[in-house]
Ligand binder design. Sequence first.
Ligand SMILES: Cc1ncc(COP(=O)(O)O)c(C=O)c1O
Length: 403
Amino acid sequence: MKEHYYFDNAATTLPKPEPVYQFIDKFYRSHGVNPGRSGHQLAVEAEAMIVQTRRMLGEFFGYAGDPARVTFSQNATDSMNAALAGILNPGDHLVITRMEHNCVLRPANHFERDHGIEVTRVAADSQGYVNPEDIQKSIRPNTRAVVINHASNVTGSLQDAAAIGKHVRDSDALFILDTCQTAGVVPILMDDWGVDILVYTGHKGLFGPMGIGGMIVGENVDIKAPRVGGTGVNSISPFQPDEYPYRLETGTHCLPGIAGLHAGQKWFAELGKKHGAPEDATHGQACGAALAHIHEVESAATEQLVSAFEKIDGVKIYGPSIGQPRVATLSINIREMPADQVGAMLDADHAVCVRPGLHCAPDVHELLGTVAQNGTVRFAAGYFTDEEDIKQAIDAVKDLAEA
Ligand SMILES: Cc1ncc(COP(=O)(O)O)c(C=O)c1O
């Protein structure tokens, strides 16, 4: 019997792989200095760890450009705001979808209301899929960017980023991909898919701690500095350096966060070597094998949940059917019960941790018709979800549905 059965991995992954905790602790004790500022050996070594993490993340995301364009921030929300503010000008047109998180919806709404940006919101079908041709049709001569949530944090629907990227590439618009629900969960090929700006968060599938995220900015993209200040380089200059990463990174880095991503990347590579990658595989190849394995493990857990929930009278499942492209995030409701009430009962009576509510994605609930029920109850299995967790979740839902 566990104290908790954790199904809130779409909010943040728990636990992290053990080497992540260990490396953060060890590195912060031995090298907890201000990297890139002072010239002493410890600062140089801390900076070297950061540079290596940029390289590993670039390879992990299928990006072969300058690693200095793999940048760090507080989280995905911070980088998405910076990306949009850095490229949009009054009179521009922005395309987003109805599947977006508030990390995109709210900046888009503010740009539309306050800064003369036109916004088109492309609809999705009842299972949460956006038709790439609808994206193509929405692009205009003044479209500056198309922003897509790679996988829904409500339904788990995985969009066809390669097909969407092809359409965007045929235009003058930039393609921005929100990978919060897919980084560390499915392979992502930034260059092959024509992604211009890839936004990631560190604390979900990448297994870093909270407080770290960032974006990778393709070499063809020019982006304005979102914030200006100290960088530790060229301090005599009155203005922010144009060079990356300084253009997008100012002030002291979150060193423990980057250390966590660093250890996470090494853990992915090790896992890949245990699951099909040769010993001499590149970092990107090893991580590719790890991601194929992780996706298989998480898909099996999701299928178990979906097929058990389908058999319980009174349970409604939203989003993709079994076999459709998806991540592990899964939304249900039980009869007419408000989602928050179900979430509270799962926690109090069964120690099952889920996330009920709108999940910062109100448009998705308009689409699903779940606003009046206070949203949905979200189960998100992760790589460390085991049979005991799954059994507990199924028994708990059965219990509530029968009560
Ligand atoms: C699809 C999606 N985009 C963006 C975010 C925002 O991530 P963060 O809160 O780490 O900035 C989330 C987090 O829940 C998400 O699921």
